[in-house]
Write a protein that binds this ligand. Structure first.
Ligand code: EPZ
Length: 428
């Protein structure tokens, strides 16, 4: 069993290098299925969601070669339309993208139910409706999602009820080879969508409007391999910005796109934190004093739901009463019980958490999901005493080298490996 131990209270100073964006790398990894060729992907983060996705492609016959810690070569020319292992697929949400990629390339797809952070219902109805619009027969039973278009896919008008990231990704993947033109209305505008379109257009696709809420995909006959570099991770960057705000000090967040972080920067400035952007760097300066505020998450470019738990730590410490409302996921509040163990005064009512700011105190806590786990790391960095965090695997799903990156900034943090409890043989 591994646990993160943090002796809190240190100010943070120095530079932190941001890795490639997990949620941009994942769609592109599955999109290599459409290339049916060799692709080289750069700035790929070494996080478990990525490792697992590469394992799934290998399981289906792709040839995957790690070139170095941030680059990977993927040859999908031998990948077959087989059903991947449910054990692998059920561990992450991104395996959902197999549906769009396999339906697009092979005209059929059968994928066991995907997994993902337990932050609320994670249905795929918008995805399946999009596939139906493109001419596929879809089903969802016996623990399997299937889509089948024996007569091929036809370009269509897809209007998403909400700008779902996953449904936008899967609509693009399925539309690349569809005959005719597909228009996706109310598309997600996240930078990950821009990266996906950029990669596919480098492979010969014809996708316009990525980053806006209307995306046009003109069907092509085939794609070819390419090399592509993934954008920096805006949520990893935001997490370190919040850590600097919570602990006090001055931290340069390097290799970022400041425009992607505007909503995060604006809220930190509201709370009295210094934020200054320049080139591919953002500098966060804080004396540890935080003003109360009210936050509402929304779809990009609104305040990202993936930054909700991290900001909850700041609201728990800010002088006065603060609230955060999550309009994207219903169950993003599992950090609240854990922060209460650290002396936080937080009450969850519906999809809003209400905080009365106070000083946090170290305690043993359990990471309930990826971003709430990152939030508990931030809380431990700011709290007096030694905080112990278990379920560290959830944090490693989305953060490259978080221990070393924080230690380089002056945090007193280690990973402790404890012998797993040995099952005592029952007597008799
Ligand atoms: C992606 O999840 C991200 N995951 C999530 O990040 C992120 O929180 C989310 O987008 C929103 O930005 C990956 O990219 C792997 P959605 P996704 O479809 O695609 C509802 C992290 O921490 N919905 O935009 O699953 C859904 O329930 C993870 O890195 C339907 O109702 O999110 C949610 O309430 C956590 N039907 C809302 O839409 C559908 O068919 C937004 O979900 C699809 C979604």
């Amino acid at each position: 069993m591994r646990k993160i131990l943090i002796n809190g209270g240190n100010f943070l100073y120095g530079n932190v290098e941001i890795s490639g964006m997990k949620n941009a790398a994942l769609p592109v990894i599955y999109a290599t299925i459409l290339a049916n060729d060799v692709c080289i992907l750069e700035n790929i983060p070494t996080v478990s969601d990525v490792t697992l996705s590469l394992e799934i492609l290998t399981d289906m016959g792709a040839k995957v070669r790690r070139i170095n810690s941030t680059s990977v070569e993927i040859d999908t020319s031998c990948l077959a339309p087989v059903t991947p292992s449910a054990d692998l697929v059920s561990r992450i949400r991104a395996s959902t993208y197999l549906l769009g990629a396999c339906l697009g390339r092979f005209g059929k797809a059968a994928v066991p139910y995907p997994g993902g952070c337990d932050i609320g219902p994670r249905p795929l109805n918008f995805h399946m409706e999009a596939f139906k619009k493109l001419g596929a027969d879809v089903s969802n039973d016996n623990g399997m999602f299937t889509a089948d278009a024996p007569d091929g896919l036809r370009g269509s008008m897809i209007s998403l009820e909400i700008p779902s990231v996953g449904a936008t990704v899967n609509s693009i993947l399925a539309a690349v080879f569809a005959s005719g033109t597909t228009i996706i209305h109310n598309a997600a505008r996240e930078p990950h969508i821009i990266d996906l379109a950029g990669f596919l257009n480098n492979c010969g696709a014809d996708i316009r409007g990525a980053g806006t809420n209307v995306i046009k995909v003109v069907g092509v006959k085939s794609l070819h391999g390419t090399s592509y570099k993934i954008l920096p991770d805006m949520i990893e960057a935001g997490t370190y910005m919040v850590a600097a705000a919570a602990c006090g000090g001055m931290v340069n967040i390097c290799s970022v796109v400041p425009k992607h972080l505007e909503a995060i920067s604006a809220r930190l400035i509201d709370m009295g934190v210094g934020v200054e952007a320049g080139g591919d760097r953002i500098t966060v300066t804080s004396n540890g004093f935080l003003k109360a505020t009210d936050i509402k998450t929304g779809f990009y470019p609104g305040f990202p739901t993936d930054m909700h738990p991290q900001f909850a730590v700041l609201l728990a410490m800010a002088k006065g009463v603060s609230t955060i409302t999550d309009s994207v996921f219903d169950n993003r509040f599992k950090y609240a019980d854990q922060l209460e163990k650290m002396n936080a005064n937080v009450k969850v009512s519906g999809n809003t958490a209400i905080f009365v700011g106070c000083d946090l105190k170290a305690a043993p806590v359990v990471a309930p999901d990826l971003r709430a786990g990152a939030a508990l790391v931030i809380a431990g960095l700011a709290a007096d005493g030694v905080t112990e965090i278990s379920n560290v695997e959830l944090i490693e799903r989305g953060y490259v080298n978080i221990i070393n990156k924080l230690r380089a900034l002056g945090a007193d943090i280690v990973m402790r490996v404890e012998p797993d409890a040995v099952a005592t043989p029952s007597v008799g």
